[in-house]
Design a protein around this ligand. Structure first.
Ligand SMILES: *Cc1c(COP(=O)(O)O)cnc(C)c1O
Length: 329
């Protein structure tokens, strides 16, 4: 399988917001878009997206993971950017019809079909810096993706940055392009300087998340992570892992914690990053103020493996979907 995100299905779904209403959606051949160079998105970053997966089970049908929760999250992102909010039924239909059209293209688990709804402001007005885009394009891309861990789950190394924020207080929980632009420079600098994989953003010492993943601490009996607020992205993988952890008898401890506390936790707890692309990835090393701090023995831990397996077993159809997270197409 090719690199994550570089291969696309032959069709995509589109819908436009014009004349104050969402127009009928279409499934059409994937092709370049034609946009006016003054489009709001190019100048004022009126864009948000979603990312989630569909799996093809042995019965030949696809199962989309937490479709309706992702639709809701996209509505929240659109609202925070003052973009036209996609109707829930419209976006869900675009996704399910696209998956139905491309079901044959979904590779068997652990591979999957990654779905990428995208919403952009198309208003042709470079004077609209302080006004919303009143027209928009919504589209859904489908991309077959392989097993993220085909080379084995090497524990990650993170730079702990206790100064900079990944995003802003008002957009941290919005899945919008500008947040990744803000995290890119610091992340590339940290890779070059410290050989780390990612930066764990902890502004003022508050442990938040990395550029595109949530951060969790896990022991034999508890799971610790930051409680929901607008400073970070509310990951569906995070939420699912917390739910399954509770099912398995772990204490779910959603609390704010500082870098100082993190360094203490690292002696006793496993650390992991969560997100749709890589599910749950072990963190083996933290780099703080130029010093390397191992997370326990620096190796992937058994609780991380156990929780990842519990989630993937549901996604792959090996365990019952007791929380009704899957939509069958
Ligand atoms: C998408 C994303 C996540 C993970 O969210 P999931 O719903 O678990 O895929 C975490 N942090 C950021 C900044 C993200 O963009």
């Amino acid at each position: 399988m090719t690199t994550f995100g570089t291969q696309f299905c032959a069709s995509f779904a589109t819908a436009r917001f014009e004349d104050d209403a969402w127009q009928a959606h279409r499934i059409e051949p994937l092709a370049p878009l034609s946009l006016h160079p003054a489009a709001h998105v190019f100048h004022y970053a009126s864009t948000c997206f979603e990312g989630f997966k569909a799996y093809r089970w042995a019965d030949g049908k696809a199962r989309i993971f937490r479709l309706h929760d992702h639709v809701r999250r996209m509505q929240g992102s659109a609202e925070s950017l003052r973009l036209p909010i996609p109707d829930a039924d419209l976006l869900a239909a675009m996704v399910t019809e696209l998956v139905a059209a491309e079901v044959e293209q979904i590779p068997a688990p652990p591979s999957s079909l990654y779905l990428r709804p995208t919403l952009i402001g198309t208003l042709e007005n470079i004077g609209a810096a302080a006004s919303p885009s009143t027209t928009a394009l919504l589209y859904v891309l489908a991309s077959p993706v392989g097993d993220y861990f085909s080379g084995g789950a090497r524990p990650l190394k993170l730079l702990v940055d206790d100064q900079r924020a990944r995003s802003t207080e008002q957009l941290g929980s919005t899945k919008t392009g500008g947040n990744y632009a803000a995290a890119l420079g610091p992340t590339l600098d940290a890779k070059a300087r410290y050989g780390v994989d990612q930066v764990l953003f902890c502004p003022g010492g508050d442990v938040q998340e990395t550029g595109a993943s949530n951060f969790l601490l896990i022991s034999d009996n508890e799971i610790v992570t930051k409680p929901l607020d607008t400073s970070f992205l509310h990951g569906m993988t995070r939420a699912s892992i917390l739910t399954l952890a509770a099912d398995l008898g772990y204490k779910v401890n959603e609390r704010n914690f500082t870098v100082e506390e993190l360094l203490e936790y690292a002696k006793t707890h496993e650390a992991a990053l969560s997100g749709t692309a890589a599910c749950l990835s072990p963190v083996g090393t933290l780099v703080y103020r130029g010093e390397e701090v191992p997370v326990r023995d620096g190796e992937a831990g058994k609780n991380t493996d156990r929780l990842r397996d519990a989630l993937q077993d549901i996604q792959y159809g090996k365990a019952a979907d007791t929380h009704r997270w899957l939509t069958t197409v």
